[in-house]
Design a protein around this ligand. Sequence first.
Ligand code: SME
Length: 159
Amino acid sequence: MSNFSVDELLNTCKGLLPPAKEAGACLQLICDSLKEQVPHYDWVGFYFAVPEQRLLVLGPFSGAPTEHTQIPYGRGICGQSAATERTLVVPDVSAESNYLSCSLQTRAEYVEPIILNGVYVGQIDIDSHTKDPFSDKDAFLLSGVASMVAPLVNQVFSP
Ligand code: SME
């Protein structure tokens, strides 16, 4: 479960930042790296915020295609995180009534807000096929990645 190095992964992600790669390609590579390197990450994606419409729009992701390309604030785990601008960790999605299923295999979900200069701009969403897989390592990793990518969101997406 915890067979990954937070420092190595943060360094990998840092090495993928512009100008090494254009911002959209960088976000895609970060999704791909996280999904590939962390055994319990089965879907990794970015959702971007459209504050005026209180809507999340799917950005780069790695994993199976999802029908949830737009999610209103408040709906599902992602929408609840957007509405509160808080990290949400759901160890067992079957125990959650306000949940939007992307895959029947998903057992757990982690949503990390992306904040740029105090403004909520989107989130990183992780789905896991393993029940209760998340620890402090995921919290360190995902908060680090969120801070790292925050300046890129406006380059990739304008609401
Ligand atoms: N499960 C999420 C929807 C997004 S997918 O996981 C990609 C939710 O409940 O908001």
